[in-house]
Design a protein around this ligand. Structure first.
Ligand SMILES: *Cc1c(COP(=O)(O)O)cnc(C)c1O
Length: 341
């Protein structure tokens, strides 16, 4: 199979249309058989539930080429499970887990020419999503839905090394207690656009959101979970019902404990303790871990000892180990790597 003529090393994180995508339609209480299509457009009612009341959720995962030339995905079963949770919270029909996994296999296989080669740093980003498609004007769940999955090749997240970023403590809230922070709903991103653009205008890379109820505890950023490392080497991640359960973060916590022999804790993290940590990173599918060098709390700076030039030693080791597991150079825990071909 011949790869597309793409400059893999210099790809950004932009949508590039690929050959095939998967679509299944839900109507009269059931999903149809689903199929791949070459049509990259969606035609729906002007009054579709998704357009009026934002009834939509999504997932994000990646396919890679491993060192021995296989095309694999990382823990897609957890994306399927999380999408089920999102659908239930949004009164959307569940797309069965087995079918989700089959769709991943079909879409990636059909777009094999777009899977970046091993060593390029690029990956194939997979975007499953669902939305209410029939006309809804009174507020209620749609009766018809589309489950879709497309892929797009994306470049290395860090070109020329992972540079630490500067984040600010945000005065806007991301998620209410008992709200929708724990599901991957488009609405959580719509409301984060103003705070993130505002952060950029003020010269910061990201927002650190605190818990909405007391504003004393660390939650997450707009799209990544926090990992902290204490001065004696314990890896700590915040616990809260309004944090999105990152698959990368859960995997890194496992790697910390079982591969690196570190102590791990998932617990409430008060903002007041952040100044005492040795190392801080943001975890998500896109970057695995992005190092945080500095946190700005209304003008007061917290600078981590790792500085603004390179990642801290523990987060660097975590990142190296997890990417090794993903690329096939380090043995993976049972069931983490799904071989597509
Ligand atoms: C998707 C997402 C993450 C990262 O989750 P991964 O499964 O690791 O990609 C973190 N926070 C939010 C708000 C997200 O939407």
């Amino acid at each position: 199979m011949e790869k597309k003529n793409i400059d893999w090393e210099n790809l950004g994180f932009d949508y590039i249309v690929t050959d095939k995508r998967y679509v299944s339609y839900y109507k009269d209480g059931a999903w149809d058989d689903g199929a791949l299509t070459s049509d990259a457009t969606v035609t729906i009612s002007e009054c579709a539930g998704v357009l009026q009341y934002a009834q939509t959720c999504f997932e994000g995962l990646k396919a890679y080429t491993t060192v021995d030339g296989h095309i694999v995905c990382f823990r897609p079963d957890l994306n399927a499970d999380r999408m089920i949770d999102s659908c239930e919270r949004l009164e959307m029909p569940v797309f069965p887990k087995e079918r989700f996994l089959e769709a991943v296999e079909q879409v990636v296989s059909a777009n094999e020419a777009y899977v970046p080669p091993y060593g390029s740093g690029a990956t194939l980003y997979i975007r499953p999503y669902m939305f209410g498609s029939n006309a809804v004007i009174g507020v209620k769940p749609a009766r018809e839905y589309q489950f879709r999955m497309f892929v797009t090749p994306v470049g290395p997240y860090f070109k020329g090394g992972a540079k630490p970023i500067t984040i600010r403590v945000c005065d806007y809230d991301r998620a209410a207690p008992h709200g929708t922070g724990h599901i991957k709903a488009g609405l959580n991103y719509a409301m984060s656009l103003f705070p993130i653009m505002d952060a950029h205008r003020q010269g910061f890379d990201e927002n650190m959101y605190l818990d909405a109820a007391t504003r004393t505890k660390v939650e997450e950023t707009g799209g990544a979970n926090f990992l902290f490392v204490t001065k004696d080497g314990t890896v700590v991640t915040p616990k809260s019902n309004s944090i999105l359960p990152s698959i990368t973060r859960r995997s890194l916590m496992y790697v910390a404990e079982h591969y690196l022999g570190l102590k791990v804790e998932q617990r409430e993290v008060y903002f007041d303790e952040v100044k005492d940590f040795a190392d801080c990173g943001l975890c998500g599918t896109a970057a695995v871990i992005s190092p945080v060098g500095k946190i700005n709390d209304h003008g007061r700076e917290i600078c981590f000892p790792s500085g603004m030039e390179e990642m801290g030693p523990v987060t660097a080791k975590l990142r190296e180990t997890l990417t090794g597991i993903q690329m096939g150079t380090i043995e993976a825990p049972e069931g983490w790597i799904k071989v597509i071909k």
